[in-house]
Design a protein. Structure first.
Length: 270
């Protein structure tokens, strides 16, 4: 009986942390990435504007630092790539997936942001492949299902990364839907882009897992790589992390980035 009650409580914890974001929103994604290769360390950051309209199957991504934007309009089956005053329109195939917390995310605990006015859940995951390991933690408001921040790591034999994203000025709804209108100077091409089930969680996670800094290249290769992994399940082992995660953050920072120890102890009041 006790075991059955424990399993029921565990299931309720999982259900309480599963949620979906609003179907329409805009947000600023402020990100920073630190990369270490065999002989060099690099860092870069960006503030990107995202307009997400799952109701009408559209998303717009602006990266002013790189002078680049893209608009995916699954309703009209068009993808518009806008760069440095030029625009190319491609035929598009796929759909815009609603942003929900994936089943692979593992609930860790619920805390309060700031003085306690905003409770949020900590969700995490770890992945292990034949040549890499990666993991991430997400802070998501509860109630509301609004992302607050994201931090992740990626490690292979030749490349280590630390990555963080903060979700700023999150606004439910989009006041001006004309942001999805393609510029009049766009030139059409017959090239077909297949972007099935665009998922912003995958998009953010790939941002630091890729060695390229070009968001368009990352976006265009994301689904192809995912399909390759799915066709070869023997090369990818999914491990669901437990609450007592054995990942040593201090050791990772010290060994891969030469950073000293920090106080990671739990600061909960007694």
């Amino acid at each position: 009986m006790m075991m059955r009650q424990l399993l029921t409580l565990t299931a309720l914890f999982a259900l309480s942390s599963a949620c979906c974001l609003p179907r329409q929103y805009s947000v600023l994604l402020a990100s920073g990435t630190f990369n270490k290769y065999s002989s060099s360390i690099s860092q870069y950051g960006a503030i990107n504007k995202v307009y997400y309209d799952q109701c009408n199957q559209r998303i717009r991504y602006n990266n002013p630092t790189a002078g680049f934007s893209f608009i995916t309009d699954y309703g009209s089956n068009e993808y518009h790539s806008i760069r440095n005053g030029t625009c190319t329109t491609f035929k598009l195939r796929g759909s815009l997936k609603r942003t929900c917390t994936p089943s692979s995310f593992h609930y860790m605990k619920t805390l309060n942001f700031g003085a306690g006015a905003l409770p949020f859940d900590i969700l995490s995951y770890k992945r292990f492949g034949s040549t890499y390991s990666s993991g991430a933690s997400y802070f998501i408001s509860n109630p509301g299902c609004i992302p607050i921040s994201y931090s992740g790591f990626y490690k292979s034999k030749t490349h280590s990364s630390l990555h963080g994203v903060v979700w700023l000025n999150f606004t439910i709804g989009i006041s001006d839907l004309s942001v999805f209108n393609a510029p009049k100077f766009c030139r059409s091409t017959r090239t077909l882009k297949s972007m099935e089930n665009f998922d912003i969680w995958d998009f953010i996670a790939k941002d630091f897992g890729q060695e390229t800094k070009n968001p368009e290249e990352m976006f265009n290769t994301m689904h192809k790589e995912t399909e390759q992994e799915e066709r070869k399940p023997e090369n990818k082992v999914e491990i669901k992390p437990e609450r007592n995660d054995d990942f040593d953050g201090k050791k990772f920072l010290r060994e891969n980035f030469g950073l000293g120890d920090f106080d990671f102890e739990d600061s909960d009041d007694e």
